[in-house]
Write a protein that binds this ligand. Structure first.
Ligand SMILES: *Cc1c(COP(=O)(O)O)cnc(C)c1O
Length: 390
């Protein structure tokens, strides 16, 4: 019996090896004092001084006039569409290569998404495919996602949308801290959204924000987020609202995290560079490009493994998993999601680029707390795996 117990303990010790996650929260040590302040002041509510200051500080960082802190990025998308007046059966164009939250928000309003493929220089929305879609549909709004820390081509996209007089909602959930033409991501939409989910570059555990230079949009969004409560001492309502505001405690957490944002962007960019320098000479690997005139935050370091080596990206992912390392495929494109089958997709290349990227893309651990030792281990495993497979 004793021997068995020892064997068991030995095993469980082995299993306690540190897992290397894709993009875990990275605390800077300042959070606890901010949260203490929120608790000591007794502002334990979905409003309060930290909420106001988090909104002001983030708006200033992005270079936008107005912002409202919310319970999630998804809530921000839902409210943005609402404020623009998207209704049942309206068309809304959106990126095909994105996280499902983008499309879910469209569906909450019973509107009809139309998917737009990616282009090669940014992996974000392809302006040529967008033009094609405009020849057929008159959407009420368009949601452009900036994926993996990279800005979309707003030079072209904004011009097209201006021509057709359709407002842009910029989904910058993955690209806080990134830049394009010396402007921050989150400043390119008529409205823009951010996410502070646990895996994003800074986190409030869960949360989001809606930003705009149009004060009317933000005033309306704030009211909708507060059950559409009218200015009256009794509870009076003239429209359906939601409970979407951010807690003062989480806003305090966000303010502490915001102090490290620039450092975290630098760190994520240096992680990408480290992978790049150590893997660029391997024949079968290419890297996510950086858009011209843009500065990616490299929220995730993403590589493509060529077809010759892998027809199933699940294989290297399993190898990493056995070593306690979390890697992921690229977002599964929306046109391949069973729930959205039959939704039109506009693409400019013969085959949708989004599917190609999905078939060959691998997201490597990219958290700003990642160590050089972690990266060396990941690089070794990848090189061994590729050589063994050739
Ligand atoms: C994370 C994410 C969202 C949703 O944000 P939540 O805060 O998790 O609701 C929306 N769009 C994209 C592209 C995302 O990556």
């Amino acid at each position: 019996m004793k021997i068995c117990r020892f064997i068991h303990i030995g095993k469980s010790l082995n299993n306690k090896r540190k897992t290397i996650y894709l993009s875990p929260p990275h605390l800077n040590g300042k959070e606890i004092n901010f949260i203490k302040d929120a608790i000591n002041s007794n502002w334990i509510a979905p409003l309060g001084p930290h909420v106001d200051q988090f909104e002001n500080e983030m708006a200033e960082y992005i270079g936008i006039n107005y912002a409202t802190a919310l319970s999630s990025g998804t809530a921000a998308l839902h409210l943005a569409l609402n404020v623009i007046g998207v209704k049942s059966d309206d068309y809304v164009f959106c990126s095909d290569l994105t996280f499902v939250a983008t499309v879910n928000a469209i569906k909450y309003l019973d509107a009809k998404p139309i998917f737009i493929d990616s282009e090669e220089s940014s992996w974000n929305m392809c302006p040529k495919s967008l033009e094609k879609a405009f020849k057929k549909y008159h959407p009420k709004a368009i949601i452009v996602s900036d994926i993996y820390g990279q800005s979309a081509d707003y030079n072209s996209i904004s011009e097209i949308c201006n021509n057709y007089q359709v407002p842009i909602i910029e989904d910058a959930a993955e690209s806080l801290g990134a830049e394009y033409n010396d402007r921050k991501c989150g400043s390119f939409g008529d409205m823009s959204i951010l996410s502070f989910n646990g895996n994003k570059i800074i986190t409030t555990s869960g949360g989001g924000m809606l930003l705009s230079n149009n004060q009317d949009y933000i005033t309306k969004a704030k009211k909708l987020a507060t059950q559409s409560k009218e200015e009256a001492i009794h509870y009076q309502h003239t429209q359906i609202g939601y409970n979407y505001r951010m807690s003062n405690i989480l806003a305090a957490l966000g303010r502490a995290q915001l102090k490290s944002l620039n450092n975290y962007v630098d760190k994520r960019r240096s992680i990408f560079e480290y992978y790049y320098n150590n893997l660029k000479d391997i024949n079968d690997i290419t890297f996510m490009p950086e858009i011209k005139d843009g500065k990616s935050s490299r929220w995730l370091s993403v590589i493509l493994l060529k077809e010759k080596t892998y027809d199933d990206i699940g294989k290297p992912i399993k190898v990493f998993e056995k070593e306690g390392i979390e890697t992921r495929p690229i977002w599964k494109p929306m046109h391949l999601q069973p729930i959205f089958f039959g939704t039109p997709l506009y693409h400019n290349l013969l085959n949708p680029l989004s599917k190609d990227l999905f078939d060959h893309g691998l997201c490597l651990p990219s958290g700003s707390s990642l160590t050089n030792n972690d990266m060396d281990k990941i690089i070794d495993i990848l090189i061994k795996e590729i050589n063994g497979n050739n």
